[in-house]
Design a protein around this ligand. Structure first.
Ligand SMILES: Cc1cc2nc3c(=O)[nH]c(=O)nc-3n(C[C@H](O)[C@H](O)[C@H](O)COP(=O)(O)OP(=O)(O)OC[C@H]3O[C@@H](n4cnc5c(N)ncnc54)[C@H](O)[C@@H]3O)c2cc1C
Length: 410
């Protein structure tokens, strides 16, 4: 049996960062990865471009993770987006924020990130073993003592669990870390797939798949959950909706779908316009050209396919002039332009989930070190923990920052 100061389980953003930090502090590190290659999910991030962080200050950054976001404070204080960018610069990867918010490597290729981290690990003497699936952890009294894979057992006093969540299982993370954590007495919350397209009951969406609708606001149309909101671009699919706003909103919707069969939502497809603004807008257009029909008017706000469907939903004849419509129909159409209802009734599960909502409970982890409060020498980092953020570099920044602090073995 071989002995290491630290064994890191998982070669994602969190695991590689933990391995590098520990090795820089002179520790003998073994990194175990169950796939045949390292960094499979990292490679797929940002559509292969790797949106590795964003430029928000820590306070605002944490607020996007909800109630438990504050847990991240010590990790972010120690390793914020500036520190992350400096780290990558140091290992030869320049990064930038072309839109002033999302940070990418200058090459806009995730391979640059993986190659640089791999080289850094090699230079520091981190031993990387792929095709090594960890199946058990051993604890001696309350001190971690060994890691068992399908073929070997390794002795160690320190283990970092960086096994990711459950989403996109083809990229390695299948929830193994939850069972490992539970085997040592940790609680794992219920987990839900998140950051994914959603399905809806309404069939009309299938006629609107060609266009992207910018700056859509979505909200849940249930009294108890009215506060849940998201904003961003939306694309209709054959069976539902996708796009940035949907990716962000899905993390609120999937837990609700597990309780209710259907979740009614409302979409403002008109860049936040209210009834008054829409009426004023139509008035202005008609002043210039009084012959515009209803379809032409709605088309000044939305793509033709969506305009037609909304006219249909409002039972408004699209070929008539607006003032030829009965008042009640005109009002219905304007209301639909402010809030278009949709009934979410499904999704494709973890297979298409870019992140996992839920994970190893934060209550039993020290936020200053990421060390387990149950088992000495056991650490967690990255998505395996019960923290998830929206699109925009949030989840990778958290993985890198928590990996950094876990790798300090404090
Ligand atoms: C398609 C896609 C695009 C994304 N784009 C972005 C983006 O641009 N920006 C952003 O911030 N976030 C993005 N995310 C989310 C982000 O990738 C993850 O939150 C983050 O990579 C999680 O890092 P991690 O190190 O915790 O886990 P992972 O990257 O999932 O790494 C876990 C590793 O552990 C290994 N492993 C699991 N179980 C075992 C075991 N038993 N034994 C050994 N090894 C094991 C896995 O094979 C895997 O390599 C994206 C996600 C997806 C799926």
């Amino acid at each position: 049996m071989q002995a290491y100061t630290l064994i890191v389980i998982g070669s994602g953003a969190a695991g590689m960062m933990a391995a590098i930090t520990a090795a820089r502090n002179g520790k003998k590190v073994l990194l175990l990865e169950k796939l045949s290659k390292i960094g499979a999910k990292l490679k797929a991030t940002g559509g292969g471009r790797c949106n590795l962080t964003n430029t928000l200050d820590n306070e605002t950054f944490m607020s996007h993770f909800g109630r438990d976001g504050k847990f991240m404070m010590p990790a972010l204080d120690a390793f914020d987006h500036k520190a992350l960018m400096a780290f990558f610069k140091e290992i030869g990867v320049e990064s930038h924020a072309p839109d002033g918010f999302r940070v990418f490597p200058m090459t806009h290729s995730s391979s640059t990130i993986i190659d640089a981290m791999q080289q850094e690990m090699e230079g520091l003497g981190v031993e990387v073993r792929c095709s090594q699936k960890v199946i058990a952890l051993s604890c001696n009294n309350t001190q971690i003592s060994a890691v068992e894979t399908m073929t070997d057992t390794y002795l160690t006093d320190h283990v970092v669990v960086a096994t990711g969540g459950k989403g996109y299982p083809v990229l390695g993370a299948e929830g193994d870390g939850y069972a490992l954590a539970e085997s040592l007495g940790h609680k794992v919350t219920e987990v839900f797939p998140a950051m994914m397209p959603l399905k809806c009951k309404e069939k009309w969406v299938a006629n609107c798949t060609a266009d992207t609708i910018a700056k859509v606001t979505m909200t849940v149309d249930m009294k108890k959950y009215k506060k849940l909101k998201a904003q961003g671009d939306l694309i209709f699919t054959k069976s539902g909706i996708r796009g940035p706003v949907v990716l962000d909103f899905s993390r609120e919707i999937t837990p609700l779908l597990s309780q209710y069969e259907e979740v009614p939502v409302l979409m403002n497809l008109t860049k936040g316009m209210n009834e008054e603004q829409i009426r004023a807008h139509f008035k202005k257009v008609l002043e210039k050209d009084p012959h515009q029909n209803v379809l032409a008017l709605v088309k000044t706000l939305l793509p033709e396919s969506v305009s037609l469907e909304l006219c249909r939903s409002a039972e408004a004849n699209p070929t008539l002039g607006l003032h030829k419509l009965p008042g009640v129909v005109r009002d219905r159409l304007i209301k639909l332009l402010v809030w278009t209802p949709l009934t979410i009734n499904g999704h494709d599960g973890f297979k298409m989930a870019m992140i996992t909502r839920g994970g190893v409970s934060l209550k039993e982890i020290d936020p200053y070190t990421m060390q387990s409060k149950k088992c000495q020498g056991l650490y967690f980092c990255g998505e395996v923990m019960n923290l998830d953020g929206p699109c925009g570099g949030y989840n990778l920044q958290w993985s890198f920052a928590s990996g950094h602090i876990a790798g300090k073995l404090g």
